[in-house]
Write a protein of this length. Structure first.
Length: 482
């Protein structure tokens, strides 16, 4: 008796299980093969240099520290059209490392930190005496090429910070542009409208979508910003944090063409030490896509002008006294940071640098508050203006919570706000009438605001030069920055 059609088409359950297993294995093989191909493709394009000195005067520190360096050199054979895309000219640029950040990945569960080292920091460069930090690479490369430049910069940063540098990554202006171009447009939010002829960056207040050329101009601008190079550093950290999320998003990871393009651009644009393990690094930074990254700058005590060989030189004074406690704070977990509340009483006005920004719309308000804080003993920087906003806030890097709480005693009615876009405690005056006093008040400041990646309040703000029109961020998930 022959089987009926229904009987012949019947599939036994164990056969279904087998076929599901075959499909799953095939998918796993394809996925692993895809990952292995991309990894090998990326690693094969990276240029290795002997960047880490064989000897160091700094003891090994906890966690891992990766020095990230960006310079301004242009490709030697760049055409006029390519230079136009970069928003620059054929002036050759330079190998001065104007962008220097340390990515600190702590042990024990604390957040990773991205730490800016101001390019004009006045430091001791081994073998060359005192000078600006961004000259160290140039001095070293004059004798030892890129490897010599990297090693001297690593030694200088180690001596300044006390951090042991484990790895080195360098990218040029063209490399940055290529990576940004491969990842596609990125959204940023500005506190104020910007139109800068030096960097060619132009954008309105609020949220803007930047292409690669605009992104490069965004991270290069320092003229016309309230805090100059400090704001540029904040922008660089802000951009890297947002671009990391962009790279780790499903839109890139699950798009073979886009991922391949991004990996090709990145690998061909960077130099690293040969011991940097990218798989280990990727595992350590797996929480980055969710925003698991702090952003800050080394402690500084002002921007004086000094005289060197008869020439006036503007520098950033590194606060070496505060450096040990700053470095120690990088490894604190979220739970341990509550101790900063009681630490406010241990900080003295003379140990704190304060900037005052005028968002009140009242002429002379910032100068008046800055003078009051100076009378109280605080070190103050030059005042500046930002777009008009309602509430007065005291903004501060996460590492300066104690200093901010002290300043709050002299600015009654202000709200504390931890941000990543300022290098020191910054009072942003609003239209609420709050102002700094020369004596401390017994009252406390308003509740601390949530951490964001910029200075000045996000959301709706009045644009400079306009009394009735406002520009608001259309995406509240994007923090605003200067």
């Amino acid at each position: 008796m022959s089987d009926s059609p229904r009987t012949r088409l019947r599939v036994r359950p164990r056969h279904v299980v087998r076929w599901v297993a075959v499909v799953v294995v095939a998918l796993l093989v394809a996925t692993v093969g895809y990952a292995v191909y991309n990894y090998n493709h990326f690693v094969g394009g990276v240029t290795h240099i002997d960047a880490i000195p064989s000897t160091t005067s700094v003891a090994s520190t906890s966690g891992e520290n990766i020095l990230l360096v960006g310079d301004d050199h242009r490709p030697a054979n760049a055409s006029a059209a390519e230079l136009a895309e970069l928003g620059t000219t054929a002036d050759g640029g330079g190998t001065n490392t104007d962008t220097m950040l340390v990515l600190h990945i702590p042990d024990g569960g604390a957040k990773a930190s991205l730490i800016s080292f101001p390019r004009d920091s006045w430091v001791d460069i081994p073998g060359y005496g005192e000078g600006k930090l961004n000259a160290a690479f140039v001095y070293g490369s004059q004798k030892g090429g890129d490897a010599g430049g990297a090693q001297l910069l690593v030694k200088t940063i180690e001596n300044v910070s006390g951090l042991h540098i484990d790895h080195f990554v360098r990218i040029s202006m063209l490399g940055f542009y290529d990576v940004a171009k491969s990842l596609g447009p990125i959204k940023v939010c500005l506190n104020d409208a910007v139109d800068d002829n030096y960097s060619t960056f132009k954008a309105p207040a609020g949220v803007s979508t930047l292409d690669a050329k605009q992104a490069l101009a965004f991270v290069r601008q320092r003229h016309g910003l309230p805090n100059g190079d400090f704001d540029r550093q904040a922008r660089q950290r802000y951009f890297l944090s947002r671009e990391a999320k962009n790279f780790l998003s499903a839109g890139t990871i699950l798009n073979p063409g886009k991922l391949n393009s991004a990996l090709t651009a990145a690998s061909s644009a960077i130099q690293t030490d040969p011991d940097l393990n990218w798989l280990t690094l990727a595992t350590q930074l797996k929480g980055l896509a969710g925003g698991d990254l702090e952003s800050t700058s080394i402690p500084t005590s002002g921007t004086p002008t000094i005289t060197v060989s008869g020439t006036a030189v503007s520098i950033v004074q590194v606060d070496t006294a505060k450096m040990p406690s700053f470095i120690a704070s990088l490894d604190k977990t979220k739970e341990s940071t509550s101790s900063t509340t009681s630490a406010a009483t241990a900080v003295k006005p003379g140990e704190v640098t304060v900037s005052v920004l005028n968002g009140s719309g009242v002429d002379g308000a910032a100068l008046s508050s800055s003078s009051a804080l100076s009378t109280a003993g605080f070190s103050t920087t030059a005042v500046s203006s930002v777009s008009t906003r309602e509430a007065t806030t005291i903004q501060y890097p996460a590492s300066m919570a104690a200093e901010a709480k002290l300043v709050a005693k002299y600015v009654p009615g202000a709200t504390l706000e931890a941000v990543t876009g300022v290098a020191n405690v910054t009072v942003v005056l609003g239209t609420d009438g709050a102002a700094a006093k020369s004596t401390a008040t017994s009252g406390s400041a308003g509740s601390a605001g949530s951490s964001s990646s910029g200075s000045g309040s996000s959301g709706t703000s009045k644009t400079k030069g306009s009394s009735d029109q406002t520009t608001s961020a259309t995406d509240s998930s994007i923090p605003c920055i200067n």
